[in-house]
Ligand binder design. Structure first.
Ligand SMILES: [Zn+2]
Ligand SMILES: [Zn+2]
Length: 287
């Protein structure tokens, strides 16, 4: 038996047997997201528990990402102020009226202070999360930031999760500045492995800025914290950092394979990442 495709160039049903050409994935310019997937699963860098990261709908800070607990919980077991829901791939800080809701990971994270308002069910879940963290640490699967090896006097000092100043907002970075990975998708449909930091272009300057205070009180000038300041860069370059792109993917059009990993800096939640002195070797590349 011989193949009809080989002899006629057509399949058995008469359709052309031309090999299909793969097309590069593009994101339309007016798309609200450059992401090709919705929830981004990952691990909390502070406790090692699973999280799902979503773009946040209710934020003046455009493009903010919020980590949510991966499972839905009965709404009755969650304090009203912690009830979220996900709609069209976006996290909303409000209850949608269903019997179930999502909850921000920060409410459950055992590395963060417990919220003022808790229910017995959430207290129990927080305890389970703390046990998970303990098990991850015992198994060697997770090392909390505070236990990561501190630099010796002969090595350079760098914060594990530095605070950056970008587009007039303080944000907490997921890892040391020069290891933050581009989130774009390559032509091979994998996440780009290049870092956002580029030693050949002007970068940030480590500086001491007044640490913000909780609530609406103004920062106290006497309390200084080390910040990787990018605010002096051109707007396009700050946008590149904001979108967590390497120089190759700075131009619009490429799809992203991951959400950006910056978190809005919160002086209460992130107080363990406040450092009052500058790193040993600043990444300073003045224009
Ligand atoms: Zn956590
Ligand atoms: Zn890239």
């Amino acid at each position: 038996m011989c193949s009809a495709t080989a002899s006629s160039g057509r399949r058995w049903d008469g359709s052309p047997a031309r090999p299909s050409r793969s097309r590069a994935l593009r994101v339309t310019p007016d798309s609200p997201t450059r992401l090709v997937r919705s929830a981004q699963p990952g691990r909390c860098p502070d406790c090692g528990n699973r999280i799902d990261r979503y773009p946040c709908a209710d934020s003046a800070d455009d493009g903010r990402v919020v980590p949510l607990h991966p499972q839905e919980l009965p709404a009755a077991a969650v304090p009203v102020t912690s009830r979220w829901h996900v709609s069209s791939g976006t996290a909303h800080p409000a209850h949608d009226g269903s019997p179930w809701c999502r909850i921000p990971h920060a409410t459950l994270c055992p590395a963060q202070p417990a919220p003022a308002v808790l229910t017995p069910q959430i207290t129990t879940l927080r305890r389970h999360m703390a046990l998970h963290t303990r098990r991850f640490i015992n198994n060697g699967a997770f090392t909390p930031p505070a236990a990561q090896p501190s630099p010796s006097p002969t090595t350079t000092c760098r914060p594990v999760r530095p605070v950056i100043h970008l587009l007039r907002v303080l944000r907490l970075a997921p890892r040391p500045i020069d290891t933050i990975q581009c989130v774009s998708q390559t032509r091979q449909r994998r996440r780009c492995t290049r870092p956002v930091f580029d030693p050949d272009t002007p970068g940030g300057i480590w500086t001491l800025l007044p640490a913000p205070t909780a609530g609406r009180r103004p920062p106290c000038p006497a309390n200084l914290m080390a910040v990787y300041d990018l605010a002096h860069l051109p707007y396009a370059e700050q946008l590149r950092w904001r979108h967590q792109h390497c120089p190759d993917h700075a131009a619009p059009g490429a799809a992203d394979l991951s959400l950006v990993e910056w978190e809005p800096f919160d002086p209460l939640l992130h107080r363990q990442h406040i450092h009052s002195r500058l790193p040993g070797r600043p990444h300073t590349h003045r224009p």
